[in-house]
Design a protein around this ligand. Structure first.
Ligand code: ARG
Length: 472
């Protein structure tokens, strides 16, 4: 039942908000105020929300069953047109909402014009963004779990692989490579908790708030919430259309994940450098140099590190966007979309590529062990040994400082000093000291909950695997 466009008020938007306007928008204003270039990505959520609204309007007797049938038919065709790339997006129709509504009216006539009853673009856009973001939260939760699985799988092979643990990037104490990777698993697991938590606040329904004050139609908001899978309603109409704190929370979550990623990426860059030589990466994650033929650069890790800045920037954009906005809706809020979309895209791509790259890490265990041996990483173990023989810790610390000084002068590891030289520092030192001076002995001894001892690390791997299997 295609219509004469002249009877479709949205066919020419100059008239969409009525005869009030006496002159058309300039081309610059049109371009400046339009969002269809980016918000068209919300089309599925927009149609889904409209269908739920229409079904409720029909159930409440606000529109007829025939109107509902027409709206459903029109929307099915529009979805098909958008999916196949045949839909004609019009800048002069400003945004995704008006583009779809205009097309609906062209396709089905008056029923299309009735769809917006009891609704405003203000509650419509808030609903669309929440619906869309909820789906992205679920996709990202799965990607975060994949990232953790990739780390756990590598860790499972390296509970006995010793590397230097660092503080101040100076060799501190020996840890296993597995223990080191599991630190990142903990970070990403907390990120997953943050995501699940914020999803609860994303998943509330604004529709029914209308422009700002609610509506006089007898809408059944709870029915729309149920139909769209929302956990509840935005309870105040002014708040429903105006706040974007859910987007800010998401951007904060995304920023924290990217900061965690940037730390891992930085370590990968360091480990892969010739100076460390701890790991190698598969060629497909490296790029060459146009001038230096020997180069294989860890560009993927560097970019992941760099893209963290961009996502943190989006958080700043969103939180600043909200600051000082008076109630209720303001057009400022149209600016929420690009930072939010790019945060989701950047985070999803980064998690996917980092998980793949981590899965293909080639570990140079001898290089890690050699680096741990170089740095007197077991000096604390010698001090602890003396404490267990009765020395106060501060005295033991001093004794070991002298021993390390001698070892440095001799160019030897502590474990390479003969027993009589060690005994010269303190008579309590016996032959069993060599058990704690070895890297593996040191690791084994750190069996406190959360420590690097292989038994603890293997138990942590089992816990993570059980948790990730339950997450699906
Ligand atoms: N494109 C707008 C946005 O993204 C939709 C809401 C417009 N509402 C209005 N009253 N102009 O926020």
């Amino acid at each position: 039942m295609a219509q004469d466009p002249s009877s479709n008020p949205l066919a020419n938007k100059q008239q969409a908000w009525s005869a009030l306007f006496s002159e058309p928008m300039s081309e610059l204003v049109q371009r400046y105020t339009a969002s269809v270039g980016f918000d068209q990505r919300l089309w599925r959520a927009d149609i889904e929300g409209s269908l739920a609204h229409a079904a409720m309007l029909a159930a409440q007797g606000v529109i007829s069953a025939q109107d509902l049938a027409d709206i459903r038919r029109g929307m099915a065709q529009i979805a098909e047109e958008i999916e196949s790339g045949r839909f004609e997006w019009k800048l002069e129709l400003e945004d995704v909402h008006l583009n779809i509504e205009a097309r609906l009216t062209t396709l089905v006539g008056d029923a299309g014009k009735r769809l917006h009853t009891g609704r405003s673009r203000n509650d419509q856009v808030a609903t669309d963004v929440r619906l869309w973001l909820r789906g992205e939260c679920d996709r990202l939760a799965a990607l975060l779990a994949d990232m953790q699985r990739a780390l756990v799988d590598v860790a499972a092979k390296h509970s006995e692989t010793v590397m230097p643990g660092f503080t101040h990037l100076q060799v501190a104490q020996p840890v296993s490579f597995a223990h080191h990777l599991l630190a990142y698993v903990e970070m990403f697991a907390r990120d997953g908790e943050r995501l699940a938590d914020l999803r609860r606040r994303v998943n509330r329904l604004p529709l029914g708030a209308a422009a700002l004050a609610g509506t006089s139609y007898a809408l059944d908001r709870a029915a729309v919430a149920r139909a769209l899978g929302f956990d509840g309603l935005c309870e105040n109409s002014l708040d429903a259309v105006s706040d974007r704190d859910f987007a800010i929370e998401f951007a904060a979550f995304a920023s924290i994940v990217m900061v965690h990623v940037s730390r891992l990426a930085e370590e990968i860059v360091l480990w892969k450098s010739q100076a460390f030589g701890f790991i190698d990466l598969a060629d497909r994650y490296c790029t060459g140099s146009s001038i230096m033929p020997q180069k294989r650069n860890p560009d993927v890790a560097e970019l992941a590190r760099g893209k963290s800045g961009r996502v943190v920037g989006h958080l700043m954009a969103l939180i600043t966007l909200m600051k000082g906005q008076p109630l209720a809706y303001n057009k400022d809020n149209q600016e929420d979309k690009e930072p939010l979309f790019d945060s989701v895209d950047t985070l999803a791509d980064t998690l996917r590529i980092m998980a793949e790259m981590v899965g293909g890490i080639v570990v140079n265990a001898p290089a890690m062990e050699a680096a741990a041996l170089k740095g007197y990483a077991t000096a604390t173990d010698l001090a602890d040994y003396l404490v267990k023989k009765g020395l106060p810790f501060r005295d033991a610390h001093e004794v070991v400082a002298h021993a390390v000084r001698l070892a440095i002068a001799a160019g030897e590891d502590l474990a390479a000093l003969p027993l009589e030289r060690l005994r010269a520092f303190h008579p309590a030192i016996d032959a069993d000291v060599y058990d704690v001076l070895s890297l593996h002995g040191s690791m084994r001894s750190r069996a406190v909950a959360g420590g690097t001892a292989p038994a603890q690390v293997l138990a942590a791997i089992e816990r993570h695997r059980a948790r990730l299997a339950a997450a699906g």
